[in-house]
Ligand binder design. Sequence first.
Ligand code: CAA
Length: 379
Amino acid sequence: MEFQLNDEQKLIQKTARDFAVNELASGAVERDEKKIWPREGISQMADLGFMGMMTDPQYNGGGMDTISYALAMEEISRVDASAAVVMSVNNSLVCYLLEKFGSQFIKEKYLSQLATGKKIGAFSLSEPQSGSDASNMRTIAKREGENYLLTGTKNWVTNGINSDFVIVFAITEKGEGHKGISCFLVEKGLDGFEAGKPENKLGIRASDTCELYFDNVKVPVENLIGNEGEGFKIALATLDGGRIGIASQALGIAQASLDASISYSKERIQFGKPIAVNQEIQFKIADMAMEIEASRLLIHKAAWMKDKKQNYGHVASMAKVYASEAAMRASTQCVQIHGGFGFMRESGIERLMRDAKITQIYEGTSEIQRVVIARALLK
Ligand code: CAA
């Protein structure tokens, strides 16, 4: 067993860390406060090859392994979790899905643009009445000649506003449950396709989230991904990989919480001594470090299993539920260690706690991850 990163992985980790610290850090608090999408940062991430890291180079991707992707996600998230989720959705929910399930036409026309990061993708599964119960959707796609007519509403769509292409799941066969769901790639700008207003969120405020509305949108039949009826399995198989990305996002937030807690507790003097001499502070730091280490091992194990083409879905769920809950605890303790200063917006500390919360919710709540884990063990 080898616990060391290889040279390529170390280089990606360093590149991502340097980029995040030098380019993303200074504006992160302001972008969060004012809900400013990190356009410049995303364009630089595209230049670094971070928007299609695992995609085959024949479609302009980086051809890297999933551990490299997890490392880059962790480093970006350590500084700016909003920029990181834009990257995560494009990589693991859009490029991965198109490469694994798309036709040659789809890969050449769309994946090759998305993997460069010059175009941005979104993934729309949830609807007002169907979040965790994802197959209970109402959006329909009715075949008419060489098109499908798509009608319905999707919500909580990350990149919904700033994307060029959107993956949409819709019912093509009513009454068939999940077997009646199909997957489409829909271009922005088609008649009847509109994005709603940006949601006003607790965290990851610099990323955009919105509703998407489809009113008889004409989607060409070539934009069906996989076969009719395969959409739900495509969604779940894609989310398995997406959960490694979100676990890595949570890990980055937790690591940032630990870094800030260590440096502040050594500097902050109370009762004539740095607060780090207090056992109460030391125990908080030790717990954070322990949970971060365990999260990282689980994430890298899930990523390694995915690359080895093993059945990794339940391990990705373990990584996500563990890392996201660890991030919530670490960021809450980090605010506690920083006291009143940590509660102030300009400290950048309370942002960690607000950003951590969504990692327990999107791409499957902690409760759904436990369902996935238990089902894998009990089957
Ligand atoms: N890969 C492929 N197929 C899978 C699968 C997987 N990981 N898991 C299950 N399936 C198959 C099953 O075998 C089954 O097929 P058969 O009927 O042929 O056997 C089919 O899919 C349906 O499976 P279930 O009966 O288990 O489905 P379910 O309705 O009980 O739901 C669930 C299972 C785990 C709860 C699932 O609905 C789920 O993961 N829900 C959470 C959805 C989610 O993560 N949403 C996030 C949306 S994206 C987002 O957050 C927004 C963003 O922009 C970031």
